[in-house]
Design a protein around this ligand. Sequence first.
Ligand code: NAD
Length: 253
Amino acid sequence: MAAFVTGAGSGIGRAAAIRMAQEGARVCLVDLKERNADAVRETIESLGGEAIVTDTDVSDPGRVEEAMQAAVDEFGRLDVVFANAGINGTMAPIETMTPEQWAHTLTTNLYGTFYAVKYAIPHLKEDGGSIIITSSINGNRKFKNFGGAAYSVSKAGQVAFAKMAALELAQYRIRVNAICPGAIQTNIGENTQQTDEVQSIEIPIKYPKGSQPLAHRAGRPEQVAELVAFLASAESSHITGTEVYIDGAESLL
Ligand code: NAD
């Protein structure tokens, strides 16, 4: 099995890449931060696995196509795409958010997903495969991420895109699913630009103590990686076109 994982240098992408490698997948680690992805490659190799790194901005279609080709050149096949790279981007009221800030979030999260899927199709068509897209509870079940209109739109768009792609690609035995995590302990805070103006649109909400009902804390990337490995495997062979929430019931509150 060969897998193409975007945002593989940190958090959910890192954990999923390691998990799939432990299950025998050869993995193409795609990230803007090549150094972090290199460290993931070393971890995979120390576990006896195989991985390559591409220094790729997923919002650049040409670079994504090149990275996909590099993976296929190296592994001779492609079975799994985990379109996961994403940012919170600038958190700002719609009134003050600049078109550039809006575009940066959308091109990274939503266009980046489209590019990863689009350029994988010619390769996945050969033997069928599995595409997993990291969406979020935000934009689907939750709308209280104040200042995050661009983020939520990108995450809602990913679920609609997964459903359209699932129908379109079923004829090639390519399954497409979206995962919707709640709060997960990762480095996504580094990709968040909070603006002071957000305070002006916040609506106070009081949750009961321990707002993640199941575990009273954020999830771990490794827990998400288990879901990704399941959706990548033949054990989920009849599952396509659906979103799966992984949030300890956080989004039901
Ligand atoms: P993270 O910041 O730990 O990891 C994201 C990785 O993506 C980083 O290595 C970063 O360098 C990379 N990346 C960012 N922009 C990129 C680009 N343009 N091209 C290539 N790589 C890029 O964050 P994470 O929490 O693991 O995020 C992964 C996905 O999970 C994102 O799509 C995010 O929206 C989603 N998500 C996260 C949470 C959470 O609570 N952490 C919740 C719901 C959804």
